[in-house]
Design a protein around this ligand. Sequence first.
Ligand code: URP
Ligand code: ZN
Ligand code: ZN
Length: 460
Amino acid sequence: MSILIKNGRLITSSEDCIADVFIEGETISSVGKDLNVKADEVIDAAGKFVFPGGIDPHVHLDMPFMGTFSSDNYETGTAAALHGGTTMVIDFVLQTQGKSLYSALEEWQGRSDGNALSDYSFHMAVTDFNEDTKKEISSMIEKEGITSFKTFMAYKGALMIDDRMMIGLMNEVRDKGGIVTVHATHGDIIDFLIAKHRGEGKLSPLYHYLSQPEITESEASGRFADMAYHTGVPAYIVHMTCEGALNEIRRATERDQKVFVETCIQYLLLDASLYEKDFEGAKWVMSPPLREKKDQKSLWAGINQGLVQVVGTDHCPFEWKKKLMGEKDFSKIPNGHPAIEHRMELLFSEGVKKGKISLNKFVEVTSTNAAKIFGMFPRKGSLGIGSDADLIIFDPEKKHKLSVKTHHMNVDYSAYEGWEVTGKVETVLLRGKNAVDKGKLNIGKGYGKFIKRNKVSKII
Ligand code: URP
Ligand code: ZN
Ligand code: ZN
């Protein structure tokens, strides 16, 4: 099967030109002006942008969490991702404390194998680093192609590791060629504040926000950066939300250290005033919580300064009845919100259209940087010859509204209900297959492949 995309405006992290793209099988075989080739299918992309397929490196599909499971499974979550132009996601395998990394991997494979529509990979979350799990790191990297190791500095008793374990893990991952990533918040301060607020009968969603002040994130981000500097391991902070944490990374940069930073679309667009809507605020109960306008300003600036390399989602949806588990106690509201489908269109509309970021930056933070940092470039995140033919044909002028009535995520509310967006994903190709065309899904579950990733290199 071959496809010729004609006359599109091709945007990569460094290029912007009108050209044709010729795809044979699963890969891009040539790119150039007025390509004289015969194709099985020709798509006229005049007036449209052609972007590399989006990569969302922070999603939680079918994840057991806080007494329930996130409501998008591999089929519904990756289908929604494709509708929004994301052709690859990286999910998190969570080790159960006291058990092996491999037993967790098998559990996640049981839910993902044969079910995904988009391509996918896993980060391995190490929640208990000991002599046994240490031995598994090398085989995760060499055999499974899982080269990133997630840590939590919060959620004590379930996911959190202490600094001693962190240092041990960092040393091992550095030696074996991987990267350590982190949920960087100060778990003990947060637990103290949660208990204090509950003890005072302060139980609404607003107290979720007030239990995780900015200092909990800036302190942990700085501590993590220091431990990474000490050990020399490549490091990445997930879902950064605030000015204070970003300033810690600025400090690390001054000593010539590179700590990669991901923020998520919600932290750029939404703020903590949503927690004042009584229980409706539960829609945005996530960790870390939404912050303030000054933090949004810092994050946008951080993107343009090259301090923030990735915009993900931390997609972790829960149906409203699950959110209601915390109606009388904010600490029981499952943490997370739905966004996998909207990341690219929202960032284009709010970022590119409103002049906050360039088109090249848009591609960098939605696709190319994640591919580079997580060992998939140039197979993914590129429109180069030989890359997987994962690409989006995007109408930059089309206006539409986001709503629970039209989204494809398996969740019964929208965190962006009524949001007006300019720019729409029109066609999505995944490894040469026309996966979504004008809202119609053309592939079924099982088309999505697990992508083994390479060791981390100094490419970015
Ligand atoms: O609220 C969130 N972020 N839920 C998912 C788990 C995590 O911390 O990323
Ligand atoms: Zn987290
Ligand atoms: Zn997460």
